[in-house]
Ligand binder design. Structure first.
Ligand SMILES: Nc1ncnc2c1ncn2[C@@H]1O[C@H](COP(=O)(O)OP(=O)(O)OP(=O)(O)O)[C@@H](O)[C@H]1O
Length: 446
């Protein structure tokens, strides 16, 4: 069972160099979150701060009631036992075979007998598909296998929080797709809290429940995937679409005038890809427990989301969920505002707002909802490598106040009015429909 990680007002500098300041976010227990950001924005520094390897000057990282930044050495030792970390290169010992590499934490940190060690190591090797490679040396295996070996080693102490530092670095797109599927399946099997640092757009679009982005020494945004993936915040939109045009330049930041000129040149029809479905678990893997929790939270906070994000949440509800939340077929104001998805049946697309939904649920009401039977919403089993919409219920993490504040504090950011005048915030505007109503002409991003 994963635990929540609450980051409050965190700031980190090295000498006169501020890496980031006033970062506030919560990693909900058991959910998968992704942290994005241009190179050098301090994503690795953030991971190290969570686990107490670096000490921020201000703020707190609270896990199980303990502040990692100010706790005693003894408390920190205990807190670190909750973590598993997958480093970029797997951080394997070159002279040890895979079995011994994976057994290392058990032999170092537990009093397990060799029989117990063997049981755990083989269990984790099986989870990551490495059975049979026990005697291989790291130098004899591919980059993908090294990642999986590193992942098995990160799992042996049954961590409640797993940090992934660019798990896809150095992997080809196919290996990355397999690794992403493995991450989702492992999350279902462990219910641990995952935080993934990545530059890979496809990973960001398909794996996480929540997405955050560091930019200009702040947390630009953090929230449910539906919020970030429909965001019109220039830096977020540029990053998630892998475009040159926008505020992010080669050396992280661009001159604001140049960025504005580039954005102005872009047609309103920017070729923004439609939202890619979140990855489903593989057949035979138990349903992710975090899905129901996240969905309850999202639905309880639905009213606070922008129209696009709300629409995306509603689109992903299956029949069982619509029933659970009191969403019925009909005419929905949110969907009416932004237009119906072209590829949706009228029945699915026209979800009606009722008294009992759209964020009008109190936490108590959500708590009293019937519990999920554990059955899949979708009768057909998903293929292991084919992402599917809505399988993962978008839940929400209510966008934290801090992200919005930080986003608004970006100096060169377009104002809300500017964006509205460009059509991005106009109900029924072309740009709005562009998220949902047509195929991307930038398929290369995916
Ligand atoms: N121990 C340290 N001492 C001084 N500066 C450091 C230290 N660790 C990191 N930095 C600096 O902090 C900044 C952020 O580094 P970090 O590796 O966290 O960036 P990143 O966002 O993970 O980058 P990338 O995406 O390229 O991996 C860099 O300028 C780096 O040089």
């Amino acid at each position: 069972m994963g635990v929540e990680v609450a980051v409050e007002g965190l700031s980190k500098s090295f000498g006169a160099q501020t890496i980031w300041s006033d970062v506030t976010l919560t990693l909900p227990r058991g959910e998968i979150s992704v942290l994005l950001g241009p190179s050098g924005t301090g994503k690795s520094v953030f991971l190290k701060s969570l686990v107490g390897l670096l000490t921020p000057e201000h703020g707190r990282v609270v896990i199980n009631g303990v502040d990692v930044c100010s706790c005693s050495e003894r408390e920190l030792y205990e807190i670190r036992k909750l973590f598993g970390v997958l480093f970029q290169d797997g951080a394997l010992f070159g002279s040890m075979n895979l079995y011994d590499n994976i057994a290392f934490p058990l032999r170092e940190h537990t009093r397990s007998s060799e029989t117990e060690v063997r049981n755990v190591v083989l269990e984790k090797m099986e989870m990551v598909g490495l059975i049979g490679a026990e005697t291989k040396l790291p130098g004899e295996i591919s980059g993908g296998m090294k990642k999986r070996a590193g992942l098995a080693r990160a799992l042996v102490l049954d961590p409640e929080i797993i940090l992934f530092d660019e798990p896809d670095s150095g992997l080809d797109p196919v290996r990355t797709a397999y690794l992403n599927q493995l991450i989702v399946d492992l999350n279902a099997q462990t219910d641990a809290t995952f935080l993934i640092v990545t530059h890979d757009i496809n990973t960001a679009r398909t794996v996480p429940d929540n997405i955050g982005m560091l930019f200009r020494r702040h947390l630009a945004m953090f929230g449910p995937r539906e919020v970030l993936l429909t965001s019109t915040e220039p830096a977020v939109e540029q990053f998630l679409n892998g475009r040159r045009q926008g505020p992010i330049g080669m050396s992280e930041e661009k001159d604001s005038g140049q960025a504005a000129a580039e954005l102005a040149e872009l047609d309103d029809d920017k070729g923004v890809p439609e939202i890619i479905p979140q990855l489903e678990i593989s057949p035979g893997v138990p349903r992710r427990a975090a899905i129901q929790r996240r969905q309850d939270r999202v639905m309880a906070n639905l009213q606070s989301l922008d129209a696009d994000a709300r629409q995306e949440v509603l689109r992903s509800l299956g029949p069982r969920e619509r029933e659970r939340y009191g969403v019925s077929a009909g005419d929905d104001p949110v969907l009416a505002e932004v237009g119906q998805p072209a590829d949706e049946s009228p029945e699915k697309a026209t979800v009606q707002r009722t008294e009992s939904m759209h964020g009008s649920l109190s936490a108590e009401q959500v708590a009293s909802l019937p519990t999920d039977s554990g059955q899949q919403e979708h009768p057909t089993e998903p293929r292991p490598d084919s992402p599917r919409v809505g399988g993962q219920r978008p839940d929400e993490v209510k966008p934290t106040p801090a992200p919005r504040r930080e986003a608004q504090s970006i100096p060169e950011q377009q104002s809300q009015e500017d964006r509205g005048s460009a059509g991005a915030r106009q109900p029924g505007g072309a740009h709005r429909r562009s998220w949902f109503g047509r195929k991307s002409n930038r398929g290369g991003d995916q």
